[in-house]
Design a protein around this ligand. Structure first.
Ligand code: GLN
Length: 542
């Protein structure tokens, strides 16, 4: 097993996740089985309770872990389902160390950061790599070098070179070379940041430098000289139009080959055809569509990263550019706002959400799409608001979700009785892969290529369900329930998983989050179908 550690310096948000994923893609393109692990030095056990507009979206794995959004990048670039344990936090590490201490597993020892905490960190890294059955594991260390809370992790990864052997461990450091007003690129922050890394005993094998423009040869030499990293170990990660270009530029500069040499891997010609083709399509699409994305955190794309990626994948598959127009759900609440804010769109997407801010605006958008016959794609809360709108249309006045109106006379979206007994925040969530039974002859059936219906797994992250008591009434009013949770009893059996409206160009809602499974090379079927329908709608409209 080979381990590659990716650290970062100077400032946060330089794109360590994209670098980790791109490096993984280059190794995967050489036929290696690669996995990636994200280390987050915060004390939270996972990302489940964190605010999306501060930390970006919560990415949900197949096993139901609520992780950092970078894990989503790993899954997309490596085209793999990450196993459990793909995110390691300080909270998890300490929880386990304290559990062991209480259980008497360290009997007679003083339990300390070194070696007990660092050993637990290393154990988790190895366990996660083994679980994935990988031959190369790339570990991204969150935060920036110099942060107090990342010290135990840096100490752990420093010693892994001695545990595993020089040929099996490499370190990559990502830094920033800012340009000053004169346009000159500055290398000093990079020097300082590498110095900080060396002060904890880690000498990077490779330095990747973020900058607005490509680094010239002179800059590389200078950085090499000041950091004691070989000149051919310095790489430039300059601004690019699309993140899918990152693996290609890094390969062009020889990163893949350099890692091969450093880790004594067999030399292989990488197969990067897919990335080249995807970038070509992204740069020169045959057509374009304008999708209105109605949401709460409209200011921060990171909060909806996987959905934006899902749209991008669907765009590549349809050879079309997808332009996203952000629409604030709260602004939509104003009287008549829909006629201006939603006019001229080729499709309307309502994404996930928690809490009642802007929810009436979302219900209004679903109604607008239904009435104006604009393609509509509702994900999780986006499906729930469409159900609420339909219930009100069907005469259930004041219909709502208990999440937004605990006194609603028609709680068409509600908690299930067995959930009410749960105490723990999060304990009541339906998380991870759950199957849905798609009904024959529905649009969902054709979306997933299962004309006779069948089982499909998508990832879930929600608490409320369509209230089974209202399903017959909703169906009576014309709403099609196109998928349900299979099984006869227990949480989930028979619950509504998807809805659609028949006499409409495209009106589909899913309780699940298909965005989490969308991959550049395997776009999510509902995303692909939504963009296809939006393209047709745009064409028909002229
Ligand atoms: N708030 C809703 C629920 O908990 C929807 C969640 C979501 O959109 N992810 O059911």
């Amino acid at each position: 097993m080979k381990f590659i550690f990716v650290t970062g310096g100077v400032v946060s948000s330089l794109g360590k996740g994209v670098l980790t994923s791109s490096l993984g893609a280059l190794l995967r393109a050489r036929g290696h089985k690669v996995t990636a692990v994200k280390i987050d030095p915060y004390i939270n056990i996972d990302a489940g309770t964190m605010r999306p507009y501060e930390h970006g979206e919560v990415f949900v794995t197949a096993g139901g872990s609520e992780t950092d959004l970078d894990v989503g990048n790993y899954e997309r670039f490596l085209d793999m389902d990450t196993p459990e344990g793909s995110q390691i936090t300080t909270g998890q590490v300490y929880q386990e160390v304290i559990r062991k201490e209480r259980a008497g597993e360290y009997l007679s020892q003083t339990v300390q950061v070194i070696p007990h905490v660092t050993d637990e960190i290393k154990r988790r890294i190895r366990e996660s790599a083994n679980r994935a059955g990988a031959d190369i594991c790339i570990i991204e260390v969150g935060g920036t070098v110099g942060d107090i809370e990342s010290l135990p992790f840096l100490e752990a990864i420093r010693t892994m070179r001695f545990d595993e052997g020089y040929e099996n461990v490499a370190y990559v450091h990502l830094t920033l070379a800012p340009s000053v007003t004169s346009g000159e690129i500055k290398t000093k922050p990079t020097q300082h940041s590498v110095a900080a890394l060396r002060s904890v005993g880690i000498t990077p094998d490779f330095v990747v430098v973020r900058s607005s423009d490509p680094l010239g040869e002179d800059m590389r030499k200078k950085i090499s000289l000041f950091t004691s990293v070989d000149p051919d170990g310095v790489f430039s990660s300059h601004n690019l139009e699309h993140i899918y270009e990152v693996p290609l530029t890094l390969e062009d500069q020889g990163l893949g080959k350099a890692v091969e040499r450093r880790l004594k891997l067999e030399k292989v010609q990488p197969n990067l055809w897919f990335w080249q083709d995807a970038v070509k399509k992204l740069k020169n699409p045959s057509s374009s569509v304008k999708i209105g994305f109605v949401g709460k955190y409209v200011a921060l794309a990171d909060a909806y990263q996987s959905i934006l990626e899902g749209l991008r994948h669907a765009g590549i598959a349809n050879d079309a550019r997808v332009d996203v127009a952000w629409i604030s759900a709260e602004e939509l609440e104003e009287v008549g706002a829909e006629n201006t804010l939603l006019a001229g769109l080729d499709g309307i997407l309502i994404g996930p959400g928690f809490g009642n801010r802007g929810v009436e605006g979302k219900i209004k958008a679903a109604r607008y799409a239904r009435e104006q016959k604009v393609p509509y794609f509702g994900i999780c809360l986006g499906m729930q608001v469409a159900v609420i709108d339909y219930a009100r249309l069907g005469g259930l006045e004041g219909a709502n979700s208990t999440e937004f109106d605990a006194y609603s006379p028609h709680k068409v979206i509600d908690l299930m009785p067995e959930q009410l007994e749960q105490q723990d925040m999060g304990g009541t969530m339906r998380l991870g892969d759950w199957p849905m039974q798609i009904k024959a002859g529905t649009r969902m059936a054709s979306i997933y290529g299962l004309p006779n219906g069948g089982l499909v797994k998508e990832r879930h992250r929600h608490r409320y369900e369509v209230n089974p008591k209202y399903v017959a009434a909703l169906e009576g009013a014309g709403l099609v329930v196109s998928a349900v949770t299979p099984g006869m009893r227990g949480r989930g059996a028979g619950l509504v998983e998807a809805i659609e409206i028949a006499d409409h160009p495209f009106f589909v809602g899913l309780q699940a989050h298909p965005e989490f499974k969308s991959r550049p090379m395997r776009p999510s079927p509902p995303f692909k179908a939504f963009i296809e329908a939006s393209l047709e709608f745009a064409k028909a409209r002229g």
